[in-house]
Design a protein around this ligand. Sequence first.
Ligand code: ATP
Ligand code: MG
Length: 237
Amino acid sequence: MRVKRLEIQGFKSFKDKTVIHFDDGVTGIVGPNGCGKSNIVDSFFWVMGEQSNKHMRADGSMDLIFNGSEKYAPLSMAEVTMVLSTGSTGATLPEGATLRDLPPHMRFEEISITRRVYRSGDSEYLINGQLCRLKDIHELFMDTGAGPKAYSIIEQGQISKIVASKPEDRRTLVEEAAGIVKFKARKKESLRKIEATRQNLLRINDIISEIERQLGFLERQATKARAHNASLRSRLR
Ligand code: ATP
Ligand code: MG
């Protein structure tokens, strides 16, 4: 996957809609101190689902929305859209499968990911203009090397952090590159479901033994009722 374009509006210092195109080769962004270069990096983290405001140098999500300046009033919403080209030109489908069975990055030639936050505190995520969950964004980036926790954004000082990090932390990076993060996440979810099913089974077994107890009691009552019925009938005769 390749980043084609970033569209920023109302995010931090970007009052007006700003579109940054990433063409082939290297794109450099230059400008005086405080002009918003690092805010662009922050917007990358943010649109990929980063949850820590501190990571985007903000105290809260409200700090991410344009706060106004001498000339301009504050805005009520921040929006960032990242457009990726997937390099996929429509995969050949296995028999019986539909497009929906494929992960999004194989389904479309181009994917746009949007994140919005309003002053009310509401926030939204969209993939190709369709509302989605944060989980869908995470799944989209799993094993691609991209995403807020992956190695696709190398910040100042990060190289030395990787070199000096604990082996367990470095392992996360290697696992991401090896493409097994998705399976680990799915394993975790499956284990959680198995545990939930085990709990359900326990409950059902409790219910069954309770019903069995009632069944014995009802059977005894039914026998009595039948006997009573028979004696009534003979008296009637
Ligand atoms: P440097 O070269 O010093 O690293 P930079 O280009 O990386 O600078 P940034 O840190 O991206 O600069 O931008 C900082 C600017 O963004 C500050 O002037 C700050 O006032 C502005 N800014 C941050 N959040 C908001 C916001 N919510 N509303 C308006 N402006 C904001
Ligand atoms: Mg900076």
